[in-house]
Design a protein around this ligand. Structure first.
Ligand SMILES: *Cc1c(COP(=O)(O)O)cnc(C)c1O
Length: 414
């Protein structure tokens, strides 16, 4: 018997009970993992209804993470674009400042939520995957905070490229386990973490770093990150007395973007733009734009848009920004893309680098290269809007981690 589901006229009620966002999502996992995934889902539903869980999450957000993060009017950047726009044009630009969070990005929001779930489930060991090391550092941070041992799976190639983050994780007490299979990067680290999990489900909790993976991960990561959009909504109503006209966020797996977008999905007058990393350009084949340059397939437990060759082999992603360097995207974004509710736009390494420098010079804020992709979209978008319109850009992280990459790209010696 198929359960009769009510057709939602809200865009905020998905996934359905089997984890689907339209044709995307689901849970394509090894049979041994199924009981654990169901356990996790049951526990998550219970936690959601438990005021004590919410209170603990909120308390940590306030006192450990430093929330709410400010919503900041980027006055000089707005002025810069206005000088170049037609009279009466260029929207007012606000930054949602996730870069001011503890550990310097939005990832901590999700890690706090998931470790509270792990503790609630009585798990005594944490595992996670990491690419550039940002999610690894956020995970190692919450593990130190709660006194749980953790193992971070990281591609051997990434370990070489990201020494400072590897050392940070070690300082925080994590074991960093090199993954030497496949392309020795993020995709392989995630495979390896899933493999470890199958063997250790009894005592181990897997903290996934973005709004992807098997159901219920895309949903719970989104819910924990929705603190971004909920705050932004209240803050813009206080500042301007109305909702914004456009939201912009960079999309790797899609967690900071869905966190900002989700609380606004049912507001038809709020447009949304997700920015994919176009690397050296879509035509070059060296990019990380899963929606623009990929097609649907199955990876890491869910159906979604993926970069793949003719044989369905997952291809390697490229972006100057390590956090956007993932060959997939969360399933909810695939659905929002196909339904047309959210627009997705590719931005190249070069455009992101220019936006990075402009933000430093105009606002005195060094943004992450990931966030710089979102900022780069302002050049085209802000100027075509009227000057009584409002844009909120999610500044997902700070750029201190990126200065070596930027120096190299600009040919500077440091
Ligand atoms: C990891 C990361 C991203 C990309 O991840 P999402 O899940 O798409 O948000 C974006 N910005 C920063 C600063 C990151 O560290």
């Amino acid at each position: 018997m198929t359960a009769a589901t009510t057709i939602p006229n809200s865009l905020r009620t998905l996934p359905d009970e089997r984890g689907h966002f339209g044709q995307f999502g689901g849970r394509y996992v090894a049979e041994t993992l199924m009981p654990l995934i169901l356990d996790l889902e049951r526990e998550y539903r219970a936690a959601k209804e438990d005021p004590a869980f919410q209170a603990e999450f909120d308390g940590l957000m306030t006192h450990y993470v430093g929330r709410p993060s400010p919503l900041y009017f980027a006055e000089r950047l707005t002025g810069y674009y206005r000088k170049r726009a037609k009279p009466g044009h260029c929207a007012k630009i606000y930054f949602k400042r996730e870069e001011l969070n503890h550990t310097g990005a939005h990832k901590i929001n999700n890690c706090i939520g998931q470790i509270l779930l792990a503790i609630r489930m009585g798990k005594t060991r944490i595992i996670a995957e990491t690419g550039a090391g940002q999610h690894g550092v956020a995970t190692a941070t919450v593990c130190a905070r709660f006194g749980l041992p953790c193992t971070i799976f990281m591609g051997a190639k990434d370990i070489e490229r990201q020494q400072p983050n590897v050392f940070r994780m070690k300082l925080l007490g994590a074991e960093v386990r090199p993954v030497t299979s496949g392309s020795q990067s993020l995709k392989d680290a995630m495979n390896e973490a899933l493999r470890d999990w199958v063997a250790t489900v009894e005592n181990t909790f897997y903290i996934i770093g973005t709004a992807a993976g098997p159901h219920p991960y895309p949903e719970l990561v989104r819910d924990f990150q929705s603190v971004i959009g909920k705050e932004a909504r209240e803050q813009i109503l206080t500042a301007e007395g109305r909702l914004p006209d456009l939201l912009i966020a960079a999309v790797g797996g899609g967690s900071n973007a869905i966190g900002l977008f989700h609380p606004f999905l049912d507001d038809p007058d709020v447009a949304m733009l997700g920015i994919e990393a176009a690397g050296h350009g879509i035509e070059s084949g060296e990019h990380a734009a899963s929606l623009t340059g990929g097609r649907p397939g199955i990876l890491h437990g869910n159906k979604t848009y993926l970069l793949q060759d003719e044989d369905g082999q997952i291809t390697e992603a490229h972006s100057i920004s390590a956090g956007l360097d993932y060959p997939g995207i969360g399933p909810e974004h695939s659905w929002l893309h196909e339904s047309g509710r959210v627009q997705y736009l590719p931005i190249t390494d070069r455009q992101a680098l220019d936006a990075f420098q402009l933000c430093c010079q105009q606002e005195g804020i060094i943004p992450a290269l990931e966030s710089s992709h979102a900022l780069a979209a302002l050049e085209a978008k802000a100027q075509e809007m009227r000057d009584d319109q409002i844009i909120i850009v999610n500044v997902s992280g700070r750029g201190d981690k990126d200065i070596y990459t930027v120096a190299e790209a600009l040919g500077a010696q440091i």
